[in-house]
Structures are given as C-alpha cells and as structure tokens.
Write a protein of this length. Sequence first.
Length: 360
Amino acid sequence: MDNHQDKPSPSDLGFRMPAEWEPQESIWLSWPHNEATWPGAFEPVPGVFAQIAKHVSEGQLVRINVLNQEMAENVKSLIEQAGGRTENLRFHINPTNDSWVRDHGPIYLVRDQNGRRERAISNWIYNSWGEKYPPFDSDNRVPRRIAEEFQELCFDQDMVLEGGSIDVNGEGTLLTTTSCLLNPNRNAHLSTTEIEAALKAVLGVSQILWLGDGILGDDTDGHIDDITRFVSANRIVTAVESNESDPNFEPLHKNLELLKSMKNLDGEPFEIVELPMPAPRFFDSQRLPASYANFLITNQKVLVPVYRCDADQVAIDILSECLPDREVVGIDCTDLVWGLGAIHCVTQQQPIGEIVPADS
C-alpha cells in the first residue's frame, strides 16, 4: 500500500491497469545472463529470447534491459540473426539479477483524459518470490530506473507484488491466487482485506477473484499466469489436467469449479474455456511448470509456449479461436522452462499512452 495516505491513489486519479490486449507501445525483456537460473543448460536460452524478440519486433518496439553496451551489441546481433527487425529494438542499461521482467518490471497504468490516453508506472516491492533467490536488489530497482529514464509518473508501493501473480480484464476485475498473494513470504503484515484494498487503489479494479493453488514445479507459489488468463473482458481460459493421477489434476479442477461459480461486475458468469496441459516435462528428474497459459498477447500476435508434445497444436487452436484477430505462434520453450518460467514470465507489456510527467 502507498505510504502517503494523504495523497490520492492512482485509482482516485483515474488510472487502471489495462488488459493485455489493449494497444501496446512495446514489450520489455530483461536479457538472460544468470546461468544459475538454468543450471547446466543456459546455452539455448538466449536463442529462445531472440525468437520472442523477433516476433514482437515485427509489430511493435522491443525494449531490452541489458547490463552494458557490449551486451546490447551482442543481443542486437542475435536478434538480427533470428530475423528480427532491429529498427524496433531499444536497449536500456538497467542491471538485473535475473530475467523475469514480468515480476520485477513496471506494472503500467493508463487513464483516458481529455480525449487522450495517458500512462504511468506502478512500482511494487520485488523480493524474488519470498526471498528464494538472492540477490534481487538490482531487479527490485528496475521500475524506478525506467521511470527516471522516461521522467514518468511512478507510484511507489510498500507491498510485495509480482506481475505474474495478477491478471486483469481491463474492466474492473482481477484474477489471482491465494497460494501466492496470501503467502506469508510476501506480505505477512497485511490482511487479505488490506491486500485487496491496495490492488483496488493502485490498479483501478473493483473486484478480486481468488483461485487456489498453482501447478507443480512453479517456484512462485502459484502464479496466475501459469494457470488462468483473461482473453477478453468476459472470457477466461484456464488450464486443466485430464490425467486424474497427475498431481496437477486436483488443484486445476478445483480452480475450474471456482471459475464456474464466479460472476463479472454485471452479475453474469464468465465464459470459461478449458486449455489442456502439456505432457509432463522434467529436467534432472525435476517436474517443470510447463503450461500453455503462459502465453503473451501482443498487438498482432499471441506467442504461446510449446513443449514438443501432442497437445501443443490443440492449445494453439484453442487460443486462435479465443483471439481470432491475432496470429497465434508457438515458440519452443522446452529449454526456457528449465528456468521455471516461460514466455509470459520473461515479458512485460508497455501500453500506448502519453507519459504523465514525474513531477505532476
């Protein structure tokens, strides 16, 4: 929650977190360099990032956090080799500990005022999913560094929140999980009511919909972007496991039942679309959090993680029906998910909007 109780909240000022399908200026990446995140298997990872950047760059800017100018040159060359449009790349010297910009990057806000869309940043505390992987001090500074570079209005919060733990429909509803947001390793000093109040005040939402547990192997304690996502204001896709003996079957089934009982702000049920789970994926006998729900919606495309299994095309077809105005592209994330995240986890969208000056 904001320390400055006397100041109007972002919501008071007309700001809200936009849905992912609303017009974007760019997609942020934090380029991978921490080999410990992919122990013994880092080599293919930058190539997966290059594929993501290639597809995004065909329709909008790609903003990339790098450690230094030398890294920027190397990354530019790699994306060029992958077929990306280098004129749409922008590099930002922002030191990072790791690559999960969905969680450590800015969570953008927009408002429509006097016939134009304006943009600002909300900056929450990032503690590496309950201080699991120190150090994380550089990652925690990223939103503030970006705000200072752009001289952009930034609302600093004293609550831990990761972008992958929430999903919004842009019309007042936010989806999250109790397993993550209510975990004592995030905000033990805050009650559920206080957490909900902060989300409403900063992100401009009116209702919080709580699901339960996430999937096996997810070290974030159950991020929503691995299981359940809005694809329109009233349509939700949710991962389901068909194998009753799989450990993911029960928690995903419980979440499905919860979703079926939920209502939008008009009191109507949501349309629920079931998304299959990929075949179980392991590395060094560790179950990985492979999921098709970790897709990214861009202006022109939907980038879906795929895992070299039969369900890949089924998931692509389902998402093509849900988002018919965009090309749905599968990107092989078999190597990427060894870091325990996929496409949505390593990206963060920046909406179109005129910057609200920092001193306003």
